[in-house]
Design a protein around this ligand. Structure first.
Ligand SMILES: [Zn+2]
Length: 130
C-alpha cells in the first residue's frame, strides 16, 4: 500500500514499513527484558534520524497497535529525532541536510554526503524495578 512519495528522498513510504520497524524494536526490547529476568518494560527510547525515511506519527500509531499482548504493552515510546547533517565533497563544509542529495549551501556546487540523520536505533530499554 503506497501512501505517498516524498520528492527528493527517493523513498516510498507506507505504514507497513513503520510496522516492520516497530515489530523489530519490540523484538529487541523483549530480548533485553528477557536477559533482565522478564520485568515489564516501562519505556523504549529510540533514535530516529530525520533522513531515515520514517514517519514518526506512523511509528507511534504502529507502536500503539503492536505493543498489545507483548512485554511492552505498558511501555512508553520515547523518540529522539536526530537532525540530518552532511559534508560537502567539494569544499569540505559541514551543513545541515534536511533531505538526501541536498546541494551544499556553502559553495552551491557539491552534493552533501550524509554523515548523520539516517540512523534508526534503540537507545535504551527501561524496565520496571522491584
Ligand atoms: Zn560545498
Amino acid at each position: 500500500m503506497e501512501i505517498g512519495r516524498r520528492p527528493g528522498r527517493g523513498y516510498l513510504t507506507g505504514t507497513m514499513h513503520e510496522m516492520s520497524l516497530i515489530t523489530n524494536i519490540l523484538e529487541i526490547a523483549a530480548e533485553r527484558a528477557h536477559q533482565a529476568g522478564d520485568p515489564e518494560i516501562t519505556a523504549i527510547e529510540i533514535e530516529v534520524g530525520q533522513l531515515a525515511a520514517v514517519e514518526i506519527p506512523a511509528l507511534r500509531f504502529c507502536f500503539q497497535a503492536a505493543r498489545e499482548h507483548t512485554v511492552g504493552a505498558q511501555a512508553e515510546l520515547v523518540i529522539h529525532e536526530i537532525p540530518g547533517r552532511g559534508v560537502c565533497p567539494r569544499c569540505g563544509e559541514e551543513s545541515a541536510a534536511d533531505f538526501f542529495a541536498a546541494v551544499c549551501p556553502a559553495c552551491g556546487q557539491g552534493v552533501l554526503e550524509i554523515t548523520q540523520g539516517k540512523e534508526l536505533k534503540v537507545r535504551s530499554i527501561q524496565v520496571a524495578s522491584d
